[in-house]
Each structure stands twice: as C-alpha cells, then as structure tokens.
Write a new protein. Structure first.
Length: 111
C-alpha cells in the first residue's frame, strides 16, 4: 500500500495504491491528514485507479477526509473508480455527498 500526492490549483490529488481496509486504513488516514495539514488544500480528489478493494474501514477513511475538508469549505471528489469499488460506494450512499468523475482532468475542471 502506498499513498502519493500532487497539488494542482490548490486541489490535493490523493493517489492510493492498494487496498483500503482495516489493515491499511490507519496508515492511509495518517498520511492523508498530514498532507492536508501541511498543504492546506481547498479541495481533495481521491484517485482510485490502483484500488481493487475497499471495506467499511476504507469508507470511513473517505468520509473522514470529506468531513475534514468540508470544515474549511472545501470539496471532495473521486476519480478512476473501478466497478467493484463503485458498487460499495453507491451502496453506502457516498455518491450523494462525494461526486465521481471519469478522470483527474474532469474533476479538476468541475470542483
């Protein structure tokens, strides 16, 4: 599991490589929170291209970072979401609060 970051127009792109589950969620949460505190972005974009599995702990990580960025008036989005992740995302109701875009370019232009 690895987490990478890019800042584009004050929007933090969070690239997660690996599963987001109860084994990895604490490390992922910590890395993302540290980066948000360090860079203070206006919005965050989760790039899910290299995520094949996400359980309820992973959903908690996404929702927690969404709440964190919302406190400063920011927006969260997701891109490159695979069908198996999209299904979990839709079932738990995340699609009502965090929009999904096909790619980073589309997300960067829309949020």
């Amino acid at each position: 599991m690895n987490v990478g970051f890019d800042l584009v127009n004050n929007k933090l792109i969070i690239r997660i490589d690996g599963d987001i589950d109860h084994h990895t969620c604490e490390e992922i949460r910590s890395k993302i929170d540290n980066e948000i505190m360090k860079r203070n972005p206006k919005s965050i974009i989760f790039d899910m291209k290299n995520v094949n599995f996400m359980d309820s702990s992973g959903i908690g990580v996404i929702i927690g970072r969404y709440k964190l960025i919302m406190t400063s008036g920011g927006i969260a989005a997701m891109v490159n979401v695979k069908p198996q992740i999209k299904r979990v995302y839709e079932i738990c109701g995340l699609k009502k609060i965090i929009p999904v875009y096909e790619n980073e370019k589309q997300a960067l232009e829309s949020i």
